[in-house]
Design a protein around this ligand. Structure first.
Ligand code: C2O
Ligand code: CU
Ligand code: CU
Length: 521
């Protein structure tokens, strides 16, 4: 195909022209390219709907008055890192530099993780992405609401050495988001080898700790062999259940220690693991205060004994270190959640340390748990156009393949239930008929979790082991669907027309094909 044409920006030809070529690598689905001048939706010979368009409704070139635009260079490259002290490991890593804009917009992670990108609501962001890997790649901004051609979908993956130019406006509220690659069948391995980074959209007001008291933790796991090399997918079980590494790696290093003053902190947590749904507690026995989930402030702080986070989910914590003594160690502990016999759920008793906070010798400056936080959008099931007839998405594992409605990845081919109207709310029901949990993610706007039900009461009982740690009072972009459950969500679809992904965020399931598109018309 001809490079550049797929950019499809009929509304902004100048922008399309400015792009350098060649742009992209291989991709099975040429539907969009072939039909770029056709009407937005048409029916393929097999009766499925196919779309063709870019988004007309949301200009990506304008910026809100005062927000300084940002231009970045971002690349993915092979390099080395010291994940375990004294051991050199070959990794992939994102690097970035500011071409134009606030130089503080990119802060190094100090590890294989990509730099944190500090963005602002209303900001125009231009990113020149360069794929320096020996593998196709594309970058997805997980949680950001952007047009189809800015979303970093598998169809946009670029070949080794090629470039992809992004140009979008940040419309999300302040919060914690992340970026990671999304080439089809390669995401799990690329993230595992190191390609992931945080996006922080700063609050401009509010009561939460900021500046030095605003920390981030990216929780991952890796298996590093005696030669210091990363091991990935050595057994069939790894691909079916999802890969679990034997070493906990936080912010890119094993045994992370962070020193903190005796003050309240905000800790932005990302579960960046490929497949591990974890249960987090404080070693001190203190309750866990959660102030935001998946980029959205909660209406009120939720306080729990332990917190469940699935892959890709973010949870922002509030903790007051003033209650500890100088020199004291406070550990963030993580246990694995599991599904046992008969769907019984639980977590392992042998929690391990994900990060250690060492209390500095400072004057204590106690704070109080913030109560009222944000005002997340209030849309819900009553706003759904299909209020009385939720669309069903059956999650299953058949013939050694993870499936959605008994289908797998088909590129830009969608069914009726996968076709939605812009600016509407729909009720979707994920029905998990497989023996393992699936954290289901929708690209685009965050959604509201409406209900969890069971066809079998015994499974409902089993869920109570971990349900206290599942926080869904705000919005989510990734929802845990436990075996035997029906989870209903009210999803709102923005005005970006075209194809967007929904998939299991266990990356081995996604790569196996437990990923499809929905089409916004
Ligand atoms: Cu984290 Cu399809 O994304
Ligand atoms: Cu995403
Ligand atoms: Cu899954």
């Amino acid at each position: 195909m001809v490079g550049g044409k797929w950019i499809g920006s009929s509304r902004n030809p100048a922008r399309a022209e400015a792009r350098r070529e060649p742009r992209r690598g291989c991709s099975g689905d040429t539907t969009t390219e072939d039909r770029i001048d056709a009407p937005p939706v048409s029916t393929a010979s097999d009766g499925t709907l196919v779309a063709t368009t870019d988004d007309e409704a949301s200009p990506t070139t304008a910026s809100d008055g005062d927000v300084r635009p940002l231009r970045l260079r971002l690349w993915a490259e092979p390099t080395t890192a010291e994940i375990v002290a004294g051991v050199t490991t070959a990794v992939y890593s994102f690097g970035a530099e500011v071409i134009d804009g606030d130089p503080g917009s990119v802060t190094a992670s100090g590890s294989y993780l990509g730099p944190t990108l500090h963005l602002q609501t209303g900001q125009r962001v231009q990113v020149e992405f360069e794929n320096r890997l020996d593998d196709e790649c594309i970058v997805h901004w997980h949680g950001l609401v952007v047009p189809q051609d800015q979303d970093g979908q598998p169809a946009e993956a670029v070949a080794p050495g090629a470039l992809y130019d992004y140009d979008f406006t940040v419309t999300n509220d302040p919060g914690t988001y992340w970026y990671h690659p999304h080439p089809h069948m390669r995401t799990g391995e690329q993230v595992y080898r190191g390609l992931a980074g945080l996006i922080v959209i700063a609050d401009t007001d509010g009561d939460l700790p900021d500046g030095d008291n605003d920390l981030s933790l990216v929780l991952q796991d890796r298996t590093i062999d005696a030669d210091g090399e990363l091991r990935y997918l050595s057994t069939m079980h790894d691909s079916m259940a999802g890969f679990v590494g034997d070493t906990l790696v936080t912010n890119g290093v094993a045994d992370l220690e962070v020193s903190v003053r005796r003050e309240p902190y905000r800790i932005r947590l990302l579960n960046g693991a490929n497949s591990r749904t974890q249960y987090l507690t404080w070693s001190s026995g203190d309750a866990v205060h959660v102030v935001a989930t998946d980029g959205n402030l909660l209406p009120e702080t939720v306080t729990v004994d332990g917190l469940v986070v699935t892959p890709a989910q973010r949870s922002d914590l509030w903790i007051d270190f003033s209650t500890f003594e100088p020199g004291e160690h406070v550990e963030l502990l993580t246990a694995d959640t599991f599904v046992g016999a008969g769907g019984r759920s639980g977590m392992t008793l042998d929690s391990r340390t994900a990060a250690t906070f060492v209390i500095e010798d400072t004057d204590p400056a106690p704070g109080t748990v913030p109560t009222t936080l944000g005002r997340p959008p209030t849309f819900g099931p009553d706003d759904a156009v299909n209020r009385d007839a939720p669309k069903q998405f059956i999650l299953s594992t058949r013939r050694a393949a993870h499936r959605i409605n008994d289908t797998q990845w088909e590129g830009r081919v969608v069914t009726d239930v996968e076709t939605v109207e812009a600016n509407t709310v729909e009720l979707w029901e994920f029905v998990n008929q497989s023996p393992m949990p699936h954290p289901m993610h929708l690209h685009g706007e965050a959604f509201r979790v409406v209900s969890r039900t069971w066809d079998d009461d015994r499974l409902a009982d089993a869920w109570t082991n971990i349900s206290h740690g599942v926080i869904e009072t705000g919005l989510r972009d990734t929802v845990l669907v436990w075996p035997g459950q029906r989870v209903q969500i009210a999803a709102r679809f923005a005005d970006h027309l075209g194809y967007f992904l929904y998939h299991c965020h266990i990356l081995e399931h996604e790569d196996d094909g437990m990923m499809r598109n929905f089409l916004v018309v």
